[in-house]
Structure formats: C-alpha cells, structure tokens
Design a protein around this ligand. Structure first.
Ligand code: PHE
Length: 344
C-alpha cells in the first residue's frame, strides 16, 4: 500500500509540473485530493489492515496528502500570479494618452434666438400666450376671416397658403396673427401678450425665404394706446436685441388687420447696406410687420374700439437671427449641417 501511495504521489507531482492553468489544477485536485480522489480511495482500504499497519500506512497517507496539497497550493500561487500578470499586461490602460472628446449637442440658433426675443419682450411687459391660443393648424376663420382678410385676398390662394385635406377650411397657419384673435376671445383688456411659433407659406425658396419659418406675434390692447407706443416698444426691442445701433427704417405698409400699418427694415448685415444676394440688392432686410389693430378686428373680437385701442406686430425670427449673426442664407437653419450648427 505504501508503494501504491508513493506511485500515486509521484504521478501526481509529475502531472502537477505540466499543469499550465488554474483550471487544470482544479481538475488535478479533483483527481487526487477530493473525497472521490485516488488518495482517499486508498485510505478507504486502511480498515482491512492490522492496527499496527493502519497507524503506519495511515500516517504515511496523511503525510503524502499534506505534501501534495502543499505542492498544489504553491503551484496555484505561481499560476495565479502568472495569469494576473498577463491580464494586467493585456488590459493595461495608458493614462498618458490624450482623451477623445465626445460631441456635445447645442441649442439650435432659431431656438436660442426665439428665447432671447421672448425674454426681451417679457422684460418690456409682455407675457407668453397659452399654446392652445396659438395652434399651428388653423381654420380660415382665425387665420383670415377674423383678421379682416377679404374672401378674395390673394394670400388665401392655394399658391400662398397650404390647405390641408382635414377639411376645406383648415390651413397650416400662414401667420401667427390668429393668436391675436384667440387671445381677445379669451381675455379682456388690458392685453399684453406674445405668441412665438412656426408658420407656413407656399413660397419659392431662396436665400431669404423658406416655405416654413418662425414668427413672434405681439398684441397690446388697452386704453389710449397709440402709434407712439408701438414705436417706443419696437425701437426699444431693436436696441436691446442688437445691443448696438443698427440703421433701421420704418416703411408705411398695408395689412388687412392693422391701420395704419408699418414694416421695419434693418440694414443688411451681410453687405452693410451696399446690396447683396441676401437682401436682393436692396441693402435692407424686413424683420417685422406691425400696426394699430384695425377697428374691425377689435369689434369682431367683442372689444369696444371707442374705449380701447392697440397695436400688434409680427417678427421674423430667421431674419432677426440672420442679421445678428450675419447668416447669408435662410436655408442654413434647416439643413442640419453640423459645421453651421456648431458655431452657435
Ligand atoms: N402677420 C403679418 C405677416 O405675417 C405681420 C403682422 C403682424 C403685421 C401683426 C401687423 C400686425 O406678415
């Protein structure tokens, strides 16, 4: 039995020498040292021996298991260190490498310009209308009828306005002015509100025009409001928005829902007024339409024009952004070209 034990020990040691991984060590432990392993099966035979032999062979068997266990645990330590080292080497992180910066999203210039305009107008006393007072899909009633736009007005033409197939009188709004009517229906004067939003027009697209764009509508109705108030508010707005004096001109104009009506032009920032493609060689860009709210509009909305008067305006967000940042083509806002967007 002693010989047998020695044989087992020797072959275990030999196998141990050839073991290359921790996984193989586990297999070897199973084979020799586990309860069902070879050493244990010899130990089971001890019960057939004389007491004297039992003691000697038993002690020897224990000694051999102990030696083998020591050898196995030593080998385990060596292999563990080797495996750890090679792992560390292959997974090493070079902390001296320069980092890769992640692309960061930015606020779209039309969003930031809208926010800026809104906050200036808020500082001048205007408050935002509820979204429900400024829907993008409108009936002709709000987009035209109540704004005193005659039935045969060319703006109603399919060539200018996008009609939907929801119903014959439902349009994509061509102006934010419908918000004026919604607000006057729901609110009594004094009224001092603004309504930013997208509008749609069936335009030929060029550097100045797109078939959708953004406006900010304003409406101020109270007692004794005059054209001087309109000029005061809009001049102050332009002064704050551009931060420095920009040549500006008022032109008398016509809108069915204001009387008198004006348009405000700001000198083209691309050519400094000399004339270029962006301003179609005029040296000016129109940034807003405005005027005193027409008596018919007030009456239609149930406001007595003998007591109240008001002014309204509609600003073009794209035009104002183009002038501030010298953007020479309106289409840049919609192309999602990162080289453009990253500049803001
Ligand atoms: N709705 C007009 C336009 O889109 C602008 C405007 C608004 C004019 C309010 C007068 C008063 O051109």
């Amino acid at each position: 039995m002693k010989v047998k034990l020695e044989e087992i020990y020797n072959s275990a040691v030999k196998e141990l020498e050839n073991v290359k991984s921790i996984e193989n060590i586990e297999e070897l432990k199973l084979k020799y040292l586990s309860r069902k392993g070879e050493l244990n099966s010899i130990k089971k035979g001890l019960k057939d021996l004389s007491d004297e032999d039992k003691r000697i062979v038993g002690a020897y068997a224990n000694e051999i298991s102990q030696k083998l266990e020591n050898a196995v645990s030593q080998k385990y330590d060596v292999l563990y260190a080797e495996e750890l080292n090679s792992k560390l080497k292959s997974e090493k992180i070079d902390i001296t490498l320069t980092g890769k910066s992640l692309p960061k999203g930015k606020i779209h210039p039309l969003t930031s310009t809208t926010k800026e305009i809104v906050s200036i107008l808020q500082s001048l006393g205007f408050s935002l209308v509820a979204d429900s007072d400024s829907p993008e899909i409108e009936t002709e009633y709000y987009n035209f009828d109540m704004l005193n736009v005659p039935k045969d007005h060319p703006a109603r033409d399919m060539q200018d306005t996008f009609y939907t197939n929801l119903a014959s009188n439902v349009v994509l709004r061509s102006q934010t002015s419908g918000a004026q009517i919604h607000v006057m229906e729901n609110q009594k004067p004094p009224i001092r509100v603004i309504a930013p939003g997208r509008v749609y027009r069936n335009e030929n697209i060029n550097a100045r025009k797109n078939n959708f764009f953004h406006q900010i509508e304003g409406l101020y109705v109270d007692k004794d409001i005059t054209l001087a108030d309109l000029k005061g508010v809009l001049n102050e707005f332009i002064r704050i928005y551009f931060g420095s004096a920009r040549p500006t001109r008022y032109r008398s104009s016509f809108f069915p829902f204001t009387e008198p009506s004006v348009e405000i032009d700001v000198q083209c920032a691309m050519c400094g007024g000399k004339g270029c493609r962006t301003c179609s060689n005029t040296g000016w860009l129109e940034v807003l339409g405005a005027g005193m709210v027409d008596v018919n509009v007030l009456k239609g909305a149930g406001i007595d024009p003998e007591i109240y008067s008001g002014f309204a305006f509609g600003m073009g967000v794209e035009r104002l952004a183009m002038l501030k940042y010298a953007i020479d083509d309106i289409r840049l806002f919609y192309n999602n070209d990162r080289r453009f967007l990253e500049q803001f």
